[in-house]
Design a protein around this ligand. Structure first.
Ligand SMILES: Nc1ncnc2c1ncn2[C@@H]1O[C@H](COP(=O)(O)OP(=O)(O)OP(=O)(O)O)[C@@H](O)[C@H]1O
Ligand SMILES: [Mg+2]
Length: 236
């Protein structure tokens, strides 16, 4: 069954229209990338899926259930988790404490869930008692992704995982995201780094000015000169 289905979604910021009849799907077990230049509408779409931006029309369905009028916490409790742009960690709290804040109410296996996060990111284990604000950008991104995984989501939505990271750290982060899909968590990620995003995803959608300009298998899009052109179009 299709996990996430967005149909003809439109959204405004004040009078500015940011999304124009956007439709896309994420199937169970897929990693899907949203590509596009600055201001193309990627974050607006992700925030609309999470209930943080109210769409003006269109629908967002999770396993067939309409969620576009749901509040953010209701969407999280239905199995969708969000890593916002810029990570938004608590810098004075330790890595462990940042993970602990995401433990759902009534959860009986918090320790087990934390252990699972550290098994995804083994290099974080030795830093678990350090203040998150003292860690590197890559380590902070791992905590942000780990925090989102504490709710055991069916779909992880990640906005710009590469922001502020070196190419090597970006590569490691995207590889870890790909690994989540292999274990049953589908991933929808917005990303500026075209080549890394295409190498780490099954399918991709290319955004241009709030429209989906192109979509297809990532392995096909990587060789399509139009993708690069559309991508650079917004930046020149
Ligand atoms: N809070 C806001 N208020 C007004 N306009 C906004 C707001 N957020 C985004 N916009 C506008 O909506 C459009 C889409 O922005 P959005 O942040 O979704 O793009 P993006 O693809 O995520 O860009 P980036 O790659 O820079 O993160 C842009 O024209 C932007 O200026
Ligand atoms: Mg953005």
């Amino acid at each position: 069954m299709t996990l996430l289905s967005v149909d003809s979604l439109s959204a405004y910021h004040g009078n500015v229209r940011a999304l124009w009849d956007v439709s896309l799907k994420v199937e169970e077990g897929e990693t899907v990338a949203l590509l596009g230049a600055n201001g193309a509408g990627k974050s607006t779409l992700l925030r609309s899926i999470m209930g943080l931006v109210r769409p003006s029309s269109g629908s967002v369905k999770l396993r067939g259930e309409e969620i576009s009028s749901r509040r953010p916490h209701e969407i999280v409790s239905r199995g969708v988790s969000f890593v916002p742009e810029g990570r938004r960690l608590f810098p004075a709290m330790t890595a462990d404490e940042n993970l602990a804040v995401a433990v759902p109410r009534g959860c009986r296996d918090a320790e087990q869930r934390m252990a699972e996060v550290y098994s995804i990111f083994p290099s974080l284990t030795e830093k678990r008692s350090l203040q998150a604000g003292t860690l590197s950008g890559g380590e902070q991104q791992m905590i942000a992704i780990g925090r989102a995984m504490m709710t055991k989501p069916a779909l992880l939505v990640v906005d710009e995982p590469s922001l502020g990271l070196s190419p090597a750290a970006t590569g490691r982060t995207l590889k870890a995201l790909r690994g989540l899909a292999d274990e049953g968590t589908s991933v929808l990620l917005a990303e500026q780094n075209l080549d890394l995003a295409l190498s780490a995803s099954d399918r991709a959608y290319v955004f241009e000015n709030g429209h989906i300009a192109m979509s297809g298998a990532s392995a096909t899009l990587v060789n399509d000169p139009h993708v690069r052109g559309a991508y650079l179009g917004g930046e020149v």
